[in-house]
Write a protein that binds this ligand. Sequence first.
Ligand code: ARG
Length: 563
Amino acid sequence: MDFKEQIAKQLSKSVNMDFNSIYEMIEVPKDYKMGDYALPCFKLSRVLKSAPDKIAKELSQNIDKGEYIEKVEQLNGYLNFFLDREKFTLSVLEEIQSKNEAYGSSNEGNGKTICIDYSSINIAKPFHIGHLLTTVIGNALYNIYSFLGYKCVSINHLGDWGTQFGKLIYAYKHWGSKQSVEKGGVNELTRLYVKFHDCAKEDESLEDEARAWFKKIEEKDEEAIELFSWFKEITLKEVSRVYDILGIKFDSYAGESFYNDKMQTVIDELREKNLLELSQGAYVVNLDEYKLPPCLILKKDGATLYSTRDLAAAFYRKKEYNFYKCLYVVAYQQNLHFKQWFKVVEKLGYDWAKDLEHVAFGMVSLEDGTLSTRKGKVVLLEDVLNKAIEKTKQIIEEKNPDISNKEKVSSQVGVGAVIFNALLNNRIKDMVFSWDRALNFDGETGPYVQYTHARCNSVIKKAGEIKQKGDYYSLDNDEAFIVLKMLYSFPRTVAEAKEKNEPSLITRYSVDLSQAFNKYYYEHRIIDEDEKGTANRVLLTKCVKTVIKTALKLIGIEAPDQM
Ligand code: ARG
């Protein structure tokens, strides 16, 4: 039931204006004491040629309240609507009960495909905490869009191409061994890579040797390809451990190298459409008209670039998936890169350029200073997750040592804490990762929300099966009403999170709902001798449990029944 629609309907009987315009004007006041909905009458001033105060006063006297409005008040040029709480309450409970875990979902995306390029790790590089945001934001968007009926394709656009792989092969052949790499994994590959750079500073000829090896990869030399594929395999094995912990899966691992044979057609098309310009020996697409620096397509030596690969990938994805939207969950440091090549697609004349979207986010650092990959001071994501699980285990050991499947719960809560913390703030904000903040069971944290879910579960279990049909009166109080309003706003929150590609809206929502429920819980007994009253209070608890569970699931977090 759309209550805003009901109000707009009643209003449109008194105001000579089309329904949609009225609907758009209606707001939800921050303070419930100012009503459940409000119409800022200054928006009508010009049309009705009257002062907001006067309009509000007149409307408050004349409006037909209809079925769902209990009371209309006017204050400072606002018309405030108060819903009939009983009707509202019963309608919300009914809706959640009937839809259950599908409450908040929709089929708006049916028949539409969303490609989501996220995590997109680099081969032979450590999977560090800097990748946390792209990985969890991308996964949350995948869940949110799927929940709204879209078909989603998760793509890990691997960084598996570039001269660095020539360097790595050279380094491996000089300072590495099969055993050392098998044993040390990506760590050893990083060591070799760093060693190459140190030595190349002394001896410039190393760069030529590395180039020669890279050329061999390009020419598909057997040994070069074998080593290159092996490095890739090792990296993927390590990252999939992390994806397993996070519960994330990718539909495609088509990385940069996948587009080696798919760039020429794009380059040809750019040339045919006269968009390729020679600039100091390199080929670029001029973007002066957009006040952007030119987009580099081919280097002086004819080599392709990161942007050439992204262009080829976009054309491939359009053809393969016919996406409705293609999202790129990549740090804001790459803003310019995406702006530029999106414009190249536009200049080529493809209107789907507007469907490419860079979902940018800020940087992650640790409390003891920012990350520096160079100095080897990286914090591995896997270590962070394992440490979170370990710390949670200790806390559970202290607080609730008797629960069953401690291991599993520790993992759900520890991992949940890290994900939650990463998705709590607006994605564009830089974040400082703090253990205390992430694992705090009381603050705005994953464990707090999970704990509220477990609390609901224990209330429901204690109440046992309820045969009695409930009655509204037991929920007739402000605390319950606020919980119900939160529940009611869930579908709107999900829709907005999708609209803005902002999972943090759901994270925040889960905190607000938990706080509202906990306030209710402290001020009202849920189970007492009054069976009818108990029935509805337990029903409310069930609805809260369902919605918290769904909200957490959307952001990629599990909700244990006990913790
Ligand atoms: N591997 C890249 C990096 O770590 C991110 C790739 C993002 N996706 C893309 N299609 N460009 O910076």
